[in-house]
Design a protein around this ligand. Structure first.
Ligand SMILES: Nc1nc2c(ncn2[C@@H]2O[C@H](COP(=O)(O)OP(=O)(O)OP(=O)(O)O)[C@@H](O)[C@H]2O)c(=O)[nH]1
Length: 163
């Protein structure tokens, strides 16, 4: 219902929870089936304010970097590559060709709704992509929706039968 005719879908996970990324695919991707055919997908890893430099993926050569926490900050559980992999899975699911859509690296963001980090950048980027698509769709023809305010009930016959 929320996605019907959508020109853009922003799928958001928590960078500190791998499960939240997995759930995007398992629970929410199918909900985007009713989005517009040329819908833009953005994958957003939120809550980066809770992580810091020690959030880098564990480096096998430097085991001290793979500690589970660093001061009050936690180690990031979801790497940028995981989000990029999900973006590519979405393209497969939607049967879209990589060369016809924005690059995965451009459509995967990391934000903090708490501090505002990269939030404006996310929405500005998505808007810049989406506005030309909406303008083109409008120029191409009427929307694929039904205006129920135009509905005029059929005249009833004397018997009240619709035959
Ligand atoms: N530290 C931090 N906390 C955040 C951030 N964004 C949201 N939160 C917190 O995370 C919790 C869930 O936020 P919601 O906005 O309810 O997100 P949601 O996806 O609707 O989460 P659910 O209600 O659990 O489904 C709240 O306590 C928010 O304050 C962020 O960028 N950083």
């Amino acid at each position: 219902m929320y996605c019907r005719g959508a020109a853009a879908v922003i799928l958001t996970y928590d960078v500190n929870s791998l499960q939240s990324l997995t759930e995007l695919e398992e629970r929410f991707l199918a909900l985007t089936d009713s989005a517009s055919a040329d819908c833009i997908f953005a994958i957003v890893g939120n809550k980066v304010d809770l992580t810091d430099d020690c959030a880098l993926p564990p480096d096998e050569n430097k085991p001290e970097k793979s500690v589970a926490s660093c001061g009050s900050k936690v180690r990031k559980q979801v790497r940028a590559e995981d989000a990029i992999a999900l973006y590519k899975k979405i393209l497969k699911y939607k049967m879209l060709d990589e060369k016809d859509v924005p690059a995965a690296e451009k459509m995967c963001f990391e934000t903090s709704a708490k501090t505002g980090y990269k939030v404006d950048y996310l929405f500005e980027t998505v808007f810049e992509m989406v506005v030309p698509i909406i303008v083109r769709q409008k120029a191409e023809g009427p929307p694929q929706t039904v205006d129920i305010t135009d509905y005029k009930p059929a005249k009833r016959t004397k018997s009240g039968c619709c035959a």
